[in-house]
Design a protein around this ligand. Structure first.
Ligand SMILES: NC(=O)c1ccc[n+]([C@@H]2O[C@H](COP(=O)([O-])OP(=O)(O)OC[C@H]3O[C@@H](n4cnc5c(N)ncnc54)[C@H](OP(=O)(O)O)[C@@H]3O)[C@@H](O)[C@H]2O)c1
Length: 316
């Protein structure tokens, strides 16, 4: 009887794997564009989607700056990428998005040491952490996922303009659909729900992308907002214990979750593809444009979020 179940489970697993492979083939970046002579900054590039994107961009011969809060982890990621490819240039620079001071130092250093900036990929993210604050008193998920990237992008906009045509790729999540912009309690000081706060920060990513695209319209700096799908990274570290994640990963992958390589494909597509170079202010998934969810389409809210973020980061 045992052999019967081995055959059934084996057969189902193989069929799911084959189906999964067929389904994910369509999601691989169709563009073969090379990035020779182009400089890309990726935040949170020491692991997960950011590291996979850095690896793919290096294969396309880009100069890739891995902006990581832990330079040791960034250097380890570079060594791992170098086992797969010798192409491109890989540079690690320190960036802690939970610190305005660190963001300013990173931007100053980049402006001094780099000739150009062709693509900025706002990828780093924190997911459902316990209530904590950034160095400057912002709730951690809103602080890192939105406010830190807001400031970084603003400090690098002149460089992006000088290097135009250039791009900003913002990594959001489809969970933004559950978000709301509560301007009375943006830092969740009155009530903190870790899932809601993540959704709010990812909605902020979408609203920021739309307003940035509107402001940069006609300037040859394109803005793309990307959801990567469900990817088996370390993002769930605050919610799922490591050993459970290891146990569940094969099942999750069989059921359609993505590997890091698969998860980075739409980020890569928006960073390199010639066919989307002139597009801006759109939402992407599976290497194609998808409709914005209604919660992200209120341009008045996007403008207000911009103004509030400017005040919080002392840009205005
Ligand atoms: N995985 C998914 O299923 C999924 C789905 C939808 C959207 N996303 C989005 O995809 C993006 C990448 O996430 P991932 O899945 O690749 O997760 P990940 O493997 O946990 O990577 C997150 C990265 O962000 C960095 N980071 C966290 N706090 C930072 C800070 N204060 N300053 C600078 N870097 C910081 C992390 O650095 P450390 O290693 O030092 O912590 C890490 O490099 C996130 O924006 C996430 O919201 C992921």
């Amino acid at each position: 009887m045992a052999w019967f179940w081995v055959v059934v489970v084996g057969g189902v697993s193989v069929s799911l794997l084959v189906l999964r492979r067929i389904a994910n083939r369509a999601k691989v970046c169709p563009s073969k564009a090379m990035m020779t002579g182009k400089t890309v900054v990726i935040t949170g590039a020491n692991c997960g989607i950011g590291k996979a994107t850095a690896s793919e961009l290096a294969k396309r011969n880009a100069r890739v700056i891995l902006a990581c809060r832990d330079v040791g982890k960034g250097t380890k990621a570079v060594k791992e990428i170098r086992r797969r490819t010798q192409s491109g240039e890989l540079v690690v620079k320190r960036l802690d998005l939970a610190s305005i001071n660190s963001i300013q130092m990173f931007a100053d250093n980049l402006r001094k040491e780099e000739q150009r900036l062709d693509v900025l990929i706002n990828n780093a993210g924190v997911f459902q952490c316990p209530y904590t604050k950034t160095e400057d008193g912002f709730e951690m998920q809103m602080g890192v996922n939105h406010i830190g990237h807001f400031l970084l992008t603003n400090l690098l906009t002149d460089m992006l303009k000088k290097s135009a045509p250039s791009r900003v790729v913002v990594v959001t999540s489809s969970l933004h659909k559950r978000g709301t912009m509560n301007f009375d309690d943006l830092q969740s000081e009155k009530a903190y729900n870790k899932a809601k706060s993540y959704a709010n920060s990812k909605l902020a990513n979408c609203l920021f992308s739309r307003e940035l695209a509107r402001q940069l319209c006609g300037g040859n700096v394109s803005v793309y907002c990307v959801h990567p799908g469900m990817v088996m990274t370390n993002l769930s570290r605050h919610v799922v214990p490591r050993f459970i994640k290891i146990l569940l990963t094969p099942l999750a992958l069989l059921l359609g979750a993505r590997t890091n390589f698969e998860g980075c494909q739409t980020v890569l597509y928006c960073s390199v593809a010639d066919e989307v170079a002139k597009e801006t202010g759109k939402y992407y998934g599976n290497c194609k444009v998808e409709p914005w969810h209604q919660v992200a389409t209120d341009d008045g809210v996007a403008k207000k979020l911009w103004e509030v973020s400017e005040k919080l980061t002392k840009l205005a």
